[in-house]
Design a protein around this ligand. Structure first.
Ligand code: ADP
Ligand code: DP6
Length: 465
């Protein structure tokens, strides 16, 4: 990418894991628990003196020829239009729509684009399957740690397997935030607490993501990319259903009708979220349509199940908060450490862990019911066997299938100690029925972050051609 750079902005957004609330969170009556991950998606924006203004975007870890997009920027009747300069990469709706809307908001905020911008987007390795990159190395956390950061991937994005951390939501959020921050249309200061800038980025990223996807999902992936780990109640979909392409964006984005809730929570100290990408050789088709159809056709049974599961999900949130409260109590760290061997219900911290364990188990049993009633393999028997094997390991508090479920992934909540993690890795690496590969991500509380170019490996990855 040709450039003479005068200034740069780097913004990152985390990936997501929906621990509890799959399907239910599509309905505002229920909430979901979403944990953001330490694995992040980065967008770097650099000034480029080229005129008239053009935007060049490169997906830095993919083959350059199939992963570079350029656009001329024009304004027609107050609206921003990007014309795609044809490339071997084909269109990337997520990038094109996100840039168009972010520039529209910048213009409505009084910012004129004076020069060109070069964007490089880079995702932490966890966002894509690294099985091929690991080659003959064992599928362990230490092998993953030995990979180059932003490890080059051999095939174009659409031929690369994703791991479920929400690449498109993190891409859309990081580009939205980085472009607006670079053009000084917003000020991102997450440490300063609630802010109009962050809410504006959230609302805009939801709009761009829904437009690019051609559907309105619950939006938990965008909200965790912006706000980090939280309990999520969705926005009313009606806010986006009547938007016309010619409407100005700022009034919509600042409307009081955005009624989502993002209540911060975090995993208690000493617990770790461990994720695995499961390759069962089975395609997971979209389950949402089928589950919702079954729900509509079975109003009474589904209402009972949704209410019971909704309560179990909320109870889990409460119990995690209760355990976080106990962190200050003396003896907390010792009790957490001994929970890595065996739970003793006489001990307060262990009793709290046992309640979390029961809730996770109860949530799984409701999801198994949902699977058999709707005939959708949300927690299919293969995953039940894998999860039962894992949750029997001392120090593993519980687990489940994240989000929409299926055959692709599992999560475990465990005591964060080397011996517990090694025991899990041993079970995974010797598991016969399916191929299980850990992800290196752990939980992280934070959402959007302004970064510097000193993120390990980022500068090198940007400079690769
Ligand atoms: N690194 C990237 N650079 C550019 N576009 C990306 C990148 N990662 C993902 N995308 C876009 O996001 C799409 C994947 O979105 P989706 O199927 O919704 O998956 P996910 O569940 O990971 O969000 C890709 O087809 C591509 O358009
Ligand atoms: C069913 C859902 O409630 C949760 C889906 O969660 P996943 O984490 O499975 O999502 P994808 O990134 O789209 O694969 C749909 C929703 O909330 O939009």
């Amino acid at each position: 990418m040709e450039r003479s750079s005068t200034s740069h902005t780097v913004v990152s957004a985390p990936g997501k894991v929906l621990l509890a609330g799959g399907y239910l969170v599509l309905d505002r009556a229920y909430s979901g628990l979403v944990v953001s991950t330490s694995s992040r998606f980065y967008c770097v924006v650099l000034d480029n003196e080229h005129r008239p203004p053009r935007i060049n975007v490169r997906a830095g870890q993919f083959p350059t020829s199939s992963s570079t997009w350029s656009y001329d920027v024009e304004r027609q009747d107050g609206l921003v239009k990007l014309s795609s300069i044809s490339s071997a990469a084909g269109r990337n709706k997520f990038i094109e729509i996100t840039l168009t809307k972010a520039l529209q908001v910048a213009f409505e905020s009084g910012v004129e684009l004076q020069h060109s911008l070069d964007l490089v987007v880079l995702a932490d390795n966890d966002f894509y399957s690294q099985r091929e990159q690991l080659g003959s190395r064992p599928r362990t956390l230490s092998s993953l740690a030995s990979l180059t950061p932003f490890s080059p991937l051999p095939r174009p994005i659409h031929q690369t397997n994703k791991t479920g951390l929400g690449s498109s939501a993190a891409l859309v959020t990081s580009i939205t935030a980085a472009v607006l921050q670079h053009l000084k249309a917003v000020t991102i200061q997450p440490e300063a607490g609630p802010s109009r800038s962050i809410d504006l980025i959230h609302n805009l990223a939801q709009l761009s993501h829904c437009t690019a996807q051609g559907k309105v999902g619950s939006g938990f992936d965008i909200s965790s990319a912006v706000y980090g780990t939280h309990q999520y109640k969705r926005f009313s979909p009606s806010i986006l259903s009547s938007v016309q392409a010619s409407d100005p964006l700022l009034p919509l984005l600042r409307s009081p009708d955005w009624d989502y809730q993002a209540i911060p929570f975090r995993l208690p100290k000493g617990l770790r979220l461990l994720l695995a990408d499961v390759d069962a050789g089975t395609d997971t088709p979209s389950f949402v349509g089928k589950v919702l159809k079954w729900r509509e056709e079975n109003v009474e049974v589904s209402k009972k199940l949704w209410d019971e599961l909704g309560k179990a999900n909320d109870d889990l949130g409460e119990q995690l908060r209760d355990l976080s409260e106990m962190e200050k109590v003396s003896g907390y760290d010792q009790q957490i450490a001994s929970a890595g061997r065996k739970l003793d219900p006489e001990l307060t911290v262990h009793a709290a862990l046992a309640r979390i364990s029961e809730s996770l188990q109860l949530i799984r049993s409701y999801l198994q019911q949902m699977s058999s009633l709707s005939q959708v393999p949300i927690e299919p028997p293969e995953q039940t066997r894998l999860l039962d094997t894992c949750t029997a390991i001392p120090g593993v508090i519980g687990g489940g299938v994240p989000g929409a479920g299926g055959f692709d992934a599992i999560f475990l909540l465990l005591i964060d100690s080397t011996s517990v993690i090694e025991a899990v890795e041993h079970v995974w690496s010797t598991y016969k029925e399916m191929s299980v590969c850990p992800l290196s991500a752990r939980q992280s509380d934070g959402g959007l972050k302004v970064e510097s170019l000193s993120i390990p490996g980022l500068y090198d990855a940007m400079s690769r051609v």
